[in-house]
Design a protein around this ligand. Structure first.
Ligand code: PFF
Length: 465
């Protein structure tokens, strides 16, 4: 018995759901540290250019593929061309890699929330030692390291279980409704914190670093970093937008929705950068080149911002609660994606599938939890586990999926298929030319060049650009 495919009741419903998936730790945690790491303004500029050109083209392509085929990614690629069926599988595999480490970071957020509500806030504002000893926690045995709340593993477990419970009981609706209220509050709070951050002594140097591009800092890595971040943040190249598109009604104007999701997602990332980068430069004595920008940036900098403000503990607690919510809505949609792929392809029902995938997420996530602590000695091509999974998904698999999608649409089935779908329910496809040139030529060439140079640099160490 084929079930009628459910659909979003309104265009706003679609935009909110897609934006809920897009806005998450990628905007708040990942964007600021990459921007700080890759040269500030130059990264921001490259990112913005990519979002309005390539991000737009790929997002509209994915949503149109979903709306046209009414299938999720595994079936959708195959329906367009049988030879590209494998691409759906690679795309579906990306969330399997992302979810575990996403939940590890979600666990970090929980730990910080706990510290802020239980009176330990001040301890976290020490310039990084607290954070490093938290993620690097190592007891005398692996067993006690994993069970001790001074380290990341129990927090990761709780975060995964929370996500799994929501997916098992199908209470996403409740979470979604709550997040419709929480997300705007988070946006307002982030703006207020950003304004406060800019008043800290010395923040202006950081602001300049963040906003003014320094072209001498431009390199292939800047582009790859920005590209991977764009995929991650806009939930692209992993089949998610295809699935969302398959729920979208034909009467809706696709192009408008894409523009709104893009603007929303990018504004969130931009404000997160404003909150964190000027402050970190100020706390570092005003020298942007001294910023040690890694995955810990948000966790090290924000507590210092909160410590320096009146009622900082309360503001910090509310902030981490809202971030936790944004992270949960995203991890739920990630987990939901994996579960629905397995349910589609096997006779398994929702509950056993979720339990099975939870075990997979736990097993794959544990190395990321222990990777800065007891397993710090183990590296894969020079990276800790978490960094490696992040690299594998954002810098390898997503560019491959995006490249092959461009080949499929641009040179096999033709961009007209997408353009026709976009025009359904709308009078015109305003950026049709841009879409065509991007998908056929610019994006694939850029993707190939960058992928090869990055692989050569990271994997073979042949040359550095
Ligand atoms: N786009 C999300 C973020 O920026 O945090 C990450 C993400 C969430 C990707 C959900 C995919 C997804 F299904």
């Amino acid at each position: 018995m084929k079930q009628e495919r459910s659909s979003f009741s309104s265009r706003l419903g679609f935009v909110l759901a897609a934006a809920g998936s897009a806005v998450g730790l990628g905007n708040l945690w990942r964007f600021p540290y990459l921007a700080a790491k890759y040269g500030g303004g130059i990264f921001l500029l490259v990112y913005l250019i990519l979002v309005v050109s390539f991000g737009f083209a790929l997002m509209i392509t994915e949503i149109a593929i979903g709306r046209k085929t009414r299938l999720s990614c595994i079936g959708a690629y195959k329906a367009l061309d049988r030879r590209f069926g494998f691409l759906g599988w690679i795309a579906a595999f990306v969330p399997v890699i992302i979810t575990p480490y996403y939940c590890v970071i979600g666990g970090w957020v929980m730990k910080y929330l706990f510290e802020f509500v239980s009176g330990g806030a001040m301890a976290t504002a020490d310039g990084g030692d607290y954070f490093n000893s938290f993620i690097g926690f190592d007891a005398d045995s692996i067993g006690s390291t994993m069970l001790d709340f001074s380290g990341p593993t129990p927090w990761f477990l709780i975060f995964v279980l929370l996500t799994a419970l929501v997916v098992i009981f199908g209470v996403e609706k409740g979470i979604e409704r709550a997040s419709r209220f929480m997300m705007p509050v988070l946006a307002v709070l982030a703006i207020l914190i950003a304004i406060y951050s800019l008043t800290i002594d010395g923040a202006m140097t950081g602001l300049k670093y963040y906003l003014m591009p320094d072209f001498s800092k431009f390199s292939a890595s800047t582009v790859l970093g920005a590209l991977g971040q764009m995929f991650y943040s806009m939930s692209l190249a992993m089949g998610i937008m295809i699935t969302y598109g398959s729920y979208m009604q034909r009467e809706n104007i696709l192009e408008h929705s894409v523009t709104q999701i893009e603007v929303f997602d990018t504004l969130f990332a931009f404000v997160a950068g404003l909150m964190i980068i000027p402050a970190v430069v100020a706390f570092n004595g005003g020298d942007p080149s001294q910023i040690n920008a890694g995955p810990g940036l948000m966790f090290v900098t924000l507590p210092m911002v909160f410590e320096s403000m009146a009622f900082g503990t309360v503001v910090g607690a509310v902030f981490f609660l809202l971030v936790l919510f944004a992270a949960l809505t995203s991890s739920i949609s990630l987990m939901e994606t994996i579960v629905s792929v397995v349910m589609d392809k096997t006779p398994l029902k929702r509950r056993p599938t979720t339990i099975l995938m939870t075990v997979v997420v736990l097993l794959v996530g544990i190395p990321s939890c222990l990777g800065y602590g007891p397993w710090a000695g183990i590296t894969i091509i020079g990276m800790q586990f978490l960094d490696f999974f992040d690299f594998l998904s954002n810098s390898v698999l997503m560019p491959i999926v995006a490249f092959l999608t461009c080949i499929l649409i641009g040179h096999v089935v033709g961009t007209k298929v997408i353009a026709d779908e976009v025009k359904q329910g709308a009078n015109a496809f305003h950026r049709e030319k841009l879409h065509r040139v991007m998908v056929r030529w610019i994006a694939p060439v850029l993707l190939m060049a960058i992928l090869l140079s990055e692989l050569a640099t990271k994997v073979f160490g042949l040359f550095t650009i």
